[in-house]
Design a protein around this ligand. Sequence first.
Ligand code: PLP
Length: 406
Amino acid sequence: MRLIDRIFHRLFVKVLESKYSGWLAVASSCVSVSPDWPAHRAGAILTVDLAAIAANYRLLDARTPGALCAAVVKADAYGLGAAQVAPALEQAGARHFFVAHVDEGLALRQWVSPATQITVLHGARPEAVEDCVRSGLRPVLNSLEQISQLQSLAKQLDRPLDAVLQLDTGMSRFGLSGADVQRLAQEPERLTGISLSLIMSHLACADTPENPANADQLRTLQTYAALLPKAPLSLAASSGIFLGEAFHQSLVRPGAALYGIAPNTSGPNPLAPVVTLQAHILQIRQLSKGDRVGYGLTWQADGPRRVATIATGYADGFARQGAAKGCAWFRGQRLPLLGRVSMDSMTVDISAIPEGQITADDTVDLLNDAYGVDALAAAEGTIGYEVLTSLGRRYHRVYKNTEQNI
Ligand SMILES: *Cc1c(COP(=O)(O)O)cnc(C)c1O
């Protein structure tokens, strides 16, 4: 687009957005993709800002100048929708994607260009190795068994097969143990027919930068890798990027940071917020002193209160254990949650909002730019990763800024 067109387009979008704020995605750079939960019927609207995801990718890429910056889109891009998120990341420059399962990789193949590389973190189960390779997915080899399975296929196909080797450097989760590495070093023929394009490991404590385990894991990775055929190394996910250049190696694998989650708690979050969530009020009621609210009647009014029942509950991913510290927001005003979270609804105290300024069918924010995924996670006693991947299927979803050029 020419600059003048871009400016005009942006103004046009802004006007439309302010006119139909939130509930109807009409602007050409907004796309609604919830056929079963249309905006005018859905209880809540989840908005995903693709430009913010792209900006976060660029920020992480710029912070790791010596490394390739991949993008992790497992679990449907952390619940945000890989079909929309992956193309936005590709437009922002990502050429290497990571998923957990072969099936996630098969789905992703149709949303990114054929030349874009997709790596499967779990590798493939024995019966699925062929599906994986024939679909152009690169498996991570996490065990000597997975190595020999890929080697058999390479023999059968009579061509070398590309793979990533994962080493366990302390987390005891995935990858070759120290003993396995020794074995592989002594029996290099185990890798014949396999072209190792990357050797990776994963940090257990990267969100606590002062933890000595981080440097230990880096050292262990380098020590093990020195015993194996030479290949580029990868260690850092989102938080690892912020541990400094030594951790970047040849490729970094951020997921959470792309979606706005803070890499650690040691400073302000440098990443842009990506999701907002607005829930409709279903009903407003007046309570008198002594009235009680919700299952178990656990909350009791100590005086007159106005409360609103809103259309989001634990079935939509709003954790029940978040009730005590939970809240919603209305024009910058915090509205505390009262009593227990139900399956499809919860109750908030709206007494602080003058009567007439809030009515049934208005929306309140459950996530906004000021109160984001990490804040909600803290209230629920969990982490932002779990908040995102728990986001419900009943929201109407709007993808903002689908046109990356503007
Ligand atoms: C999930 C995952 C990532 C991405 O982690 P974030 O903390 O979300 O950046 C990277 N590498 C591996 C092996 C993973 O499992």
